[in-house]
Design a protein around this ligand. Structure first.
Ligand code: CNA
Length: 281
């Protein structure tokens, strides 16, 4: 017996259809999943964009494989490439993008359940997204630990070492001190494992922005969305499973994050508020 596939969660599964639905019916519980692509317009390169991505620009460090820069074993042998990259990416030199402020605006309007980020640039903190609303899945530069004796070091302590090109060695045991950035094979923060089940209950809109969805387990978060949750991918290229022929709830906006958020703001009459947030900060 031929069965019609069930209708989509909104009548028109296009970006315009999504904007129309938001205007007519609203969304109540929004989650954002983001990656390096939301920060490229701030001047921070992503990993995988050919040519400008960091993986294509690590040649000067002479790594056997570009991803070695985030491998713990490699780091213990040769920490210099990571520290010179850390210096390049160090928070404080960059300004958040319209996309960061759009997410802040979602929070100000009481719509943001949680912001899950793979980024380590701290731009969401600078944009004013409250710490308790975030899961910084790949860690931050805000804290540092000695890998030998686990002594905690401040951001200022590490910054001083980085910017004087001094290898950060523990004052107590001489072990190497590493920013709490999650390396391959290291555990993610507890919140990454504890929060999603509750967060995704009744979530009606999931934004996936500026990520290649190639890094697991982060990428598996898209699977937590219930069938009734609309998933909107905003990325320069289509990634993940957003090409299903029996799609009922996925929308892809292929283009720049900032362009997309300005379009959303315009459709909802939020342009002035978004501009004001950007100017104020
Ligand atoms: P990625 O694998 O480099 O993918 C980035 C994606 O964003 C690609 O699909 C790009 O096409 C897309 N993209 C780039 N610019 C834009 C834009 N302006 N608008 C829309 N799409 C865009 O990066 P992921 O975050 O997916 O990979 C996960 C890694 C990257 C995480 O572990 C991060 O820690 C790491 N990373 C973070 C930063 C940062 O903190 N800003 C920078 C570089 C790498």
């Amino acid at each position: 017996v031929h069965q019609e596939p069930p209708a989509g969660v909104i009548p028109n599964l296009t970006f315009d259809g999504f904007l129309q639905h938001w205007k007519d019916h609203g969304f109540k519980k929004i989650i954002t999943l983001v990656g390096a692509g939301i920060s490229t317009s701030a001047g921070i390169p992503d990993f995988r964009t050919p040519g400008t991505g960091l993986y294509d620009n690590l040649k000067k460090y002479d790594l056997p494989h570009p991803t070695d820069i985030f491998e713990l074993d490699y780091f213990l042998d040769n920490p210099k490439p990571f520290f010179s990259l850390a210096k390049e990416l160090y928070p404080g030199h960059f300004t958040p993008t319209p996309t960061h402020y759009f997410i802040r605006l979602l929070n100000d309007k009481g719509l943001l359940v949680r912001h899950y980020t793979q980024n380590i640039d701290s731009l969401e903190r600078i944009a004013g997204i409250p710490e308790e609303k975030m899961v910084e899945a790949h860690g931050t530069f805000h804290t540092n630990h000695c890998l030998e004796c686990t002594t905690l070091y401040s951001k200022e302590w590490m910054k001083d070492k980085l910017f004087t090109d001094t290898l950060p060695l523990c004052d107590h045991c001489g072990g190497i001190v590493k920013p709490d950035i999650v390396f391959f094979g290291e555990n993610m923060p507890e919140s990454f494992y504890n929060m999603p089940t509750e967060d995704f209950k009744d979530c009606d809109l999931l934004f996936i922005m500026g990520t290649s969805l190639e890094v697991y387990p982060f990428a598996s978060l898209v699977g937590y969305a219930e069938p009734s949750c609309l998933r909107v991918l905003i990325n320069r290229n289509v990634v993940g499973k957003f090409t299903s022929p029996v799609n009922k709830r996925d929308i892809s906006y292929v283009g720049d994050c900032d362009d997309a958020v300005w379009k959303i703001a315009e459709a909802l009459g939020w342009t002035a508020e978004l501009q004001a947030l950007i100017k104020k900060e």
